[in-house]
Write a protein that binds this ligand. Sequence first.
Ligand code: TUI
Length: 313
Amino acid sequence: MKTKITELLGIEYPVIQGGMAWVAEWHLASAVSEAGGMGLIGAGGAPAAFVREQIHRVREATDKPFGVNLMLMNPEADEIARVLAEEGVRVVTTGAGNPAKYMALWKEAGIKVIPVVASTAMAKMMERCGADAVVAEGTESGGHIGQATTMTLVPQVADAVGIPVIAAGGIADGRGFAAAMMLGAEAVQIGTRFCVATEAVTHANYKEKILKAKDIDSEVTGLSHGHPIRQIRNRMSREYLRLEKEGASMEELEQLTLGSLRKAVMEGDVVNGTVMAGQIAGMINREQTCGEIIREIMEQAEALLGGQKSGRA
Ligand code: TUI
C-alpha cells in the first residue's frame, strides 16, 4: 500500500511502531522494520550512550529504514538529540513535549522529523517549525496521553495541517487501520499490539497483563498534576489514584512511580510496577511475530478499503 508516509519514509507498509520506553529496543525495532513497517527505538529515559548503541544494533540486524523516538522529558534529551544527528538516523519521532529547539539540528542532518502531538495547535506549530509529518495521538493510547480521542483528533489535525498525519491511539487491527485512513491519516502508529510481539523483550508477565486485559481495564493516573498516564489497573495504579485523591504532592507521587515502568517491563513486577498500555489491550489476545501482525493488519485493511467486505449489503 502506497501513501505519502510510505513514500516519505521509504517503507513498504504505512505502519509505524510506537516508541515504547524499555519495550522498543533493537529486537523489536529491527523486527518491525524487517517486516516492512517503521521500527523505532524508544529512548524513553535511557542515557545517550545506550541510545547510540541501540542504533548500532539495529543497523547490524537490518538494512531497512528505522527511527528513534525521543521522549522529551529524558534528562539527557539534548545529548540524545545530538547523537541522532551524528548517527544520521533517518527518522525521529518525539513525545511528551515540544521538540522545536532540535528542529534545525535535525533538518540539517537530513532527518525526517515526526513529532507526536495531542492537539491541532501543537500540530500547526510543528508544521511551522519544519516537521515532515505528525503523529496525532488520541487519549486511547497507553502511557503519557492528551485529552482528545483518536476519532476527534485525527480529522481535525488532518484539516489543520498540510503535512501527512499518522493516526495513533486505539488502533491494533485492519478495522482500526481502515478507520484511520477514512479520518484522513496516511499511516498508523501501533504500540500495544507490538508490545506483546514475539520479538519484544517485554517480560512475559507484562505481556500476559495485556493479553488478559478487557476493554475497560485501563485507567489514567496523574491527571491532577498534568501528566496523565494510561496503564492497566493494578495495585500500583490503585495506590497512585488513592494518594492523588488525598491530595498527595507531585514529589510524593513521583517517588512512588520512580523506576516503576522498568520494574514491570523488565522484571515482570506487574503488581507494584506500572503496566502502560492502550485501551485496545482488550482486543489483543495473541502473541504473534511482527511479520504476522503487519500482514494480518494489512490484509484486513486492504479488504475493507477495497470494498471487498463480506456480509449483507
Ligand atoms: O510520549 C508519549 N507517551 C509516553 S512517553 C512515556 S515515558 C514516561 N514514563 C514515565 C512517566 C512519564 C513518561 C510513556 N508514554 N506519547 C506521545 C505524546 N506526546 N502524547 C502526548 C504528547 C504531547 C503532550 C503535550 C506532546 C506535546 C505536548 O505539548 C506540550 C508542550 O510542551 O507544549
